[in-house]
Ligand binder design. Structure first.
Ligand code: IVH
Length: 668
C-alpha cells in the first residue's frame, strides 16, 4: 500500500471510530490505539501536503487562526415553527392538518425540541462542505471551520453508504449540561461573565473566531431534518433513520404517532423525562411524516403548515416578595436578590430568586408585598418574571441603590455592562473577603487548610485586614480565635508558610488584578520575569504579550498606579513570597528575538503552535496574527495558507521553517 493509500485508509478508519465513540457511545478500540492511529495519520499527512483535506480526522482539534465568517445565502430558507403552549392548540393543529389533507390518514412524527441553535450542513459526495447558521433565515454565517470540531458531526460519510450525491441536513448545535457547567466554572475562576444557559454558551462558542476554543468546549449536535433532491423516501421518520445509518446523530426519542392521544402521551412522558437528558430541550416538535403530505399542506410566510412546536411550560410559581437584598460579589458587582415566602418549584423549595440587575428591576417595578411569579427556565437560578396581580396601593417601592450596601461607596456602571459595581476594592468588606478567598484558593496560593469560612472569621475578628496579613499570624492568636485546636492551627500555619514557595506566576494570579486570570498571569510572569518589571510596564509594553489586550493591560497599569496595591505587594514581597520567575526559567530566557514580530502559519511537526508562541515570547519576541511590513519573519509549517504566502512574498518577508527557527532560538 502506498503512503497515500494508507492516509485514505486511516482517515476512513478514524472516521468510523469517531462515530462509534461519539455518536454510538460504543467504542471498538481503546484510546491508546486511537491516539496511535491519529499520530500515524498526522505524520503521513505531514509528509504528503498534497493530500491535505479539511475533513481529515486530524482537523477536529481546530486552529487558532482567525476565522472570518462569510455570509451565505441559504439554498432553501430556514423557517421557524409556530409555537403552541397547551393541549387545545395541539388539537387545533391536528384538526387543521386533517382538514388540509381532506380526511386522508396521516402520521405525525414526534420529536424533542432541542434548545440550542440551528445549523444547516451541506454534504457533497459524502463530504461535509459547508455549515451555515440560521442567521435571519434567508442568509447565515459560514461556520464550517468551527463545526468541523464537533465530533458528532461526520466530516466524511463511509463510502457506499447509499446517501444522495448532494444533500442538506439540519439540526441543532448544543452544549451539553456537563460541558456548560465546566465552562462556567472556568469562567467564574477567571472572573469572566458567566453564560446564562447552554443555548447562549453554544451560540457564543459557535461564533468564536478561534476554532480551537470551539474544539475545547465540547459542543454536540442532533440532526432532525433532511433536505435535497434525491433523499431516500417519503417518510420523514424513515429518512432520519437512514441518516442515522449514514453516521449522523439522530435522537432516539423520535416516535410516530397515529392519533392525538399518542401525541399527548409523548408530551406527557417527555415533560418529565427530558430532565434526565444530557442536553437542554424546551419542547416537542410535531411534524406530518409524509413528505408528499407536507408539500400539499405547504407553508405560510413564516412557518410550515405541516409542523408546530409545543413548548414546555417553564415551571412557575406564585409567592410574595418580602424584601430585596443587594449582594456585593467579590468583583464588586451588585446583584439584587428577591427574598420571598418559600414556595415549591421544580421539586425544590425556593425562597430566593435573582433579579439580575438594575434594568430588570426597573422593568418589574417591584414593591414590598407584591405577589410575584418565579420561574425556573433554561437558567439554573430561579428568577422573578413578573407580577401575579397589580401592586396594592401604598406599598413601598423597591429601588436600586446608588451607594454600595456594604461600604457606602458610590456605585459605578462600566460602559456596556449591565451590572453596577462597588469600586472600593481595598475598603469594602465583601470585596476584601472575596480577594482573600481568591488569594488562598487552590489555583492561587493553595492555602486550603485555611478555607474561606475560617479566613472570614479571622477577618471579622480583626486578625487580618487583607491577604498579606495572613503571613503575620501567630499560633497563640489563632488558638484563641475560634476555638480551633492545636493540630488544625499548626496545619493552617504550615500551609501559609508553605505557600511562600508558590511560583511567581501563581502569586501574580493570587493578588487579584481584575481580568488577570490564570492564563494571563502565566504569560505576564514569563514575559516580564518579575513583579518589579511588570509593575513598571506601560500599556504598550503589556500588549506586546500574547493574549494581553487593552483591557487587561489597562487593568494592570491601573492596579500598580494605586499606592494601596503597591504597598500590599510590597508587604507580600517582604514576607518572602516569590516575586520573580525561578532561576531555571530565568536561565532559559534570552533576547534572541528582541524586537522581532513573528507570524506563525501552517501545521508543525516538532512543537505545537502554542509551544512556538511561548518560545517566541521567552526569547523576547512578539507573536502577531497578521502579516504586515513590520513582520520580521514568518515561522512556517506545512500547508501555509496561499494568501499569506503571496502577501509575504509581495512584502519580501523571510519565511523560516521550524528547524531553522529552533536553531535560531537555540532550542534544537
Ligand atoms: S424542524 C421547518 N425539529 O426550533 C421545520 N426544529 O422554532 C424546521 N428545533 O429553528 C425545524 N428541535 O432551531 C425542528 N426536532 C426539531 C427541533 C427544531 C429544535 C429548533 C430549530 C428551529 C426552531 C423552530
Amino acid at each position: 500500500m502506498t503512503e497515500q493509500e494508507q492516509i485514505l485508509k486511516l482517515r476512513e478508519e478514524l472516521h468510523r471510530h469517531n462515530y462509534n465513540y461519539y455518536v454510538l457511545n460504543m467504542p471498538t478500540i481503546g484510546d491508546r490505539d486511537f491516539d496511535m492511529m491519529m499520530h500515524e495519520l498526522q505524520d503521513l499527512e505531514k509528509r504528503h501536503p498534497e493530500m491535505a483535506d479539511p475533513n481529515s480526522p486530524t482537523q477536529r482539534v481546530g486552529s487558532d487562526l482567525n476565522n472570518e465568517f462569510a455570509t451565505v445565502l441559504h439554498k432553501r430558507p430556514m423557517l421557524s415553527l409556530a409555537n403552541t403552549y397547551n393541549r387545545q392548540e395541539v388539537s387545533d393543529f391536528y384538526q387543521r392538518v386533517s382538514d388540509g389533507l381532506q380526511g386522508a390518514p396521516f402520521q405525525i412524527c414526534c420529536e424533542l425540541k432541542f434548545d440550542g441553535l440551528s445549523i444547516s450542513l451541506h454534504y457533497e459526495k459524502g463530504k461535509l462542505v459547508r455549515a451555515v447558521t440560521r442567521g435571519d433565515g434567508t442568509q447565515g454565517d459560514d461556520v464550517t471551520q468551527n463545526v468541523r470540531t464537533i465530533r458528532t458531526i461526520p466530516l466524511q460519510l463511509p463510502e457506499g453508504g447509499g446517501y444522495p450525491e448532494e444533500f442538506e441536513i439540519r439540526g441543532e448545535v448544543l452544549m451539553p449540561w456537563t460541558s456548560f457547567e465546566r465552562l462556567n466554572e472556568q469562567r467564574a475562576q477567571r472572573e469572566e461573565q458567566l453564560f446564562a444557559n447552554p443555548r447562549n454558551a453554544a451560540s457564543g462558542t459557535l461564533k468564536s473566531k478561534n476554532s480551537s476554543t470551539v474544539a475545547e468546549r465540547g459542543l454536540d449536535a442532533y440532526l432532525y431534518y433532511l433536505l435535497g433532491e434525491n433523499i431516500p423516501g417519503d417518510g420523514h421518520y424513515q429518512n432520519m433513520e437512514a441518516a442515522r445509518k449514514w453516521g449522523f446523530q439522530v435522537s432516539d426519542a423520535m416516535k410516530l404517532a397515529d392519533s392525538l392521544q399518542d401525541i399527548y402521551d409523548y408530551i406527557e412522558y417527555w415533560d418529565t423525562e427530558r430532565k434526565n437528558l444530557p442536553v437542554a430541550t424546551d419542547g416537542i416538535v410535531l411534524k406530518v411524516n409524509s413528505l408528499a403530505q407536507q408539500r400539499s399542506l405547504g407553508m405560510t410566510a413564516k412557518s410550515p403548515r405541516w409542523a408546530i412546536a409545543y413548548k414546555f411550560q417553564a415551571e412557575q410559581a406564585e409567592t410574595v416578595l418580602r424584601q430585596v437584598v443587594f449582594q456585593v460579589g467579590r468583583t464588586g458587582a451588585i446583584t439584587p436578590v428577591a427574598n420571598m415566602d418559600p414556595v415549591q418549584l421544580s421539586g425544590t423549595q425556593v425562597r430566593r430568586a435573582t433579579l439580575h440587575n438594575a434594568d430588570v428591576m426597573a422593568q418589574l417595578d417591584l414593591h414590598v408585598g407584591d405577589h410575584i411569579l418565579v420561574e425556573k427556565g433554561g437558567e439554573i437560578i430561579p428568577k422573578v418574571v413578573g407580577k401575579a396581580c397589580p401592586t396594592e396601593p401604598g406599598s413601598l417601592k423597591i429601588n436600586f441603590p446608588t451607594l454600595c450596601p456594604a461600604c457606602g461607596s458610590k456605585l459605578i456602571r462600566y460602559e456596556g455592562e449591565a451590572a453596577h459595581y462597588c469600586p472600593n476594592e481595598t475598603g469594602c468588606p465583601p470585596l476584601i473577603l472575596g480577594k482573600i478567598e481568591h488569594f488562598i484558593s487552590r489555583k492561587a496560593m493553595n492555602i486550603m487548610s485555611l478555607g474561606p469560612e475560617i479566613a472570614e472569621s479571622y477577618f471579622r475578628q480583626g486578625l487580618i485586614h487583607d491577604a498579606a496579613d495572613l503571613y503575620t499570624l501567630r499560633a497563640d492568636q489563632l488558638l484563641n480565635a475560634d476555638g480551633s485546636n492545636k493540630v488544625s492551627v499548626n496545619n493552617i500555619l504550615s500551609s501559609i508558610e508553605e505557600s511562600k514557595k508558590v511560583p511567581f506566576e501563581r502569586v501574580l494570579f493570587a493578588i487579584g488584578i481584575r481580568f488577570v486570570g490564570e492564563i494571563a498571569a502565566k504569560s505576564l510572569a514569563r514575559y516580564f520575569g518579575s513583579m518589579e518589571r511588570l509593575s513598571s510596564a506601560t500599556c504598550e509594553e503589556l500588549t506586546q504579550v500574547n493574549g494581553i489586550g487593552d483591557v487587561i493591560a489597562g487593568s494592570v497599569v491601573g492596579f500598580f498606579a494605586d499606592e494601596r496595591n503597591r504597598s500590599f505587594v510590597r508587604k507580600l514581597s517582604d514576607y518572602g513570597l516569590q516575586m520573580q520567575i525561578s532561576q531555571e526559567q530565568q536561565e532559559a530566557k534570552s533576547d534572541r528575538l528582541k524586537e522581532k514580530s513573528v507570524v506563525i502559519s501552517g501545521v508543525f511537526a516538532r512543537h505545537s503552535r502554542d509551544e512556538y508562541k511561548a518560545m517566541i515570547e521567552k526569547h523576547g519576541g512578539k507573536n502577531v496574527g497578521s502579516i504586515s511590513s513590520k513582520t520580521s519573519f514568518i515561522l512556517a509549517g506545512e500547508n501555509m495558507g496561499p494568501s499569506k504566502l503571496e502577501k509575504a512574498q509581495k512584502l519580501g518577508i523571510q519565511i523560516m521553517n521550524e528547524e531553522d527557527f529552533l536553531q535560531l532560538v537555540g532550542e534544537n
